[in-house]
Design a protein. Structure first.
Length: 292
């Protein structure tokens, strides 16, 4: 575990006890979270990035709601996008430990796609290809890894034919990417769905249409602050049930975890689980997330 000693010191300083459980294989965090809930844990804390968040949430969602522990997070990964939604700053271990010690919870939504749960977002198309490339970067961390990957993927990128259905409304056409979001941020810093809230019972779906490479270079930086919303090739929809079908197999990411051959021949089918998980965060008194 990266930064184990610093994290342990920060948690100790905040007066927090508990057991450190190391993951040994893909999917192990889900098993550990489920087992912890069955043993009566009140809180299960993920220490890592969005992939660790995803596995932990999947383990918790296997449990009956009445026996489901609260979820906490120490963001220590590459993207840390779900941490952003919780008001947690990557690298600020004291802040994360303080939030855990205060134990302020909100009941948040959890998404599901093709039988797997997710906490923050799913991306198909360019978004997924960038996540795949970023996963292979060894010398960069966080947003720089994603930014480098954006330029790497863009050189040879070809758009795809997308059929998007949101609560029965269907849109067809060439697309650059499609993102189904529970939280506002993905890709380590891109606000593709800046108005997404993880407690409103709805997905925010962002579809970028038939965007050329030069247009992408010009306009993608606007997704860093959400100012891409309103441009003519951007569609934002809100829905509880979403289907994404593509004309060729693509890479998708589910909270940063890669899914290959997605969208074709079998579509990605999403449904919302509202008010599914108690989550500890750096919440403001008005219920909004803390400042990052």
């Amino acid at each position: 575990m990266r930064d184990r000693d610093r994290i342990r010191s920060a948690l100790d300083a905040a007066g927090l006890g508990g057991d450190f459980l190391d993951t040994e294989r893909p999917g192990h965090a889900a098993d550990l979270a489920e087992e912890s809930g069955k043993r009566g844990a009140d809180v299960v804390v993920a220490i890592g990035g969005d992939g660790t968040v995803n596995e932990t949430v999947n383990g918790l969602m296997r449990l009956p709601e009445a026996k489901r522990p609260a979820f906490g997070l120490v963001p220590d990964g590459t993207g840390n996008d779900y941490g952003f939604a919780l008001g947690l700053r990557p690298g600020d271990l004291a802040d994360a430990a303080r939030a855990l010690a205060e134990g302020k919870t909100r009941v948040l939504d959890v998404g599901e796609v093709n039988g797997c749960f997710f906490a923050n977002s799913v991306g198909l198309g360019f978004d997924g290809a960038v996540a795949e490339t970023a996963s292979k970067v060894r010398y960069l961390k966080g947003f720089p890894a994603y930014l480098w990957s954006v330029f790497t993927v863009l050189k040879d990128w070809a758009n795809f034919e997308l059929t998007l259905t949101a609560d029965g409304r269907t849109l067809e056409g060439h697309a650059f990417l499609a993102a189904v979001a529970n939280g506002p941020r993905s890709g380590g810093g891109f606000l593709l769905a800046p108005a997404a809230r993880p407690d409103d019972g709805l997905f925010d779906v962002c579809r970028l249409g038939d965007l050329g490479k030069l247009e992408a270079l010009r306009h993608l930086p606007k997704a860093l602050d959400g100012s891409h919303v309103g441009l003519p090739w951007v569609t934002i929809l809100r829905a509880r049930e979403v289907i994404l079908a593509s004309d060729r197999p693509l890479t998708a990411h589910v909270d940063g975890n890669l899914v290959f051959s997605a969208g074709h021949p079998d579509p990605l089918v999403f449904r919302m689980h509202p008010n599914a998980l108690r989550v500890i965060g750096n919440w403001k008194e008005d219920g909004a997330q803390g400042r990052n």
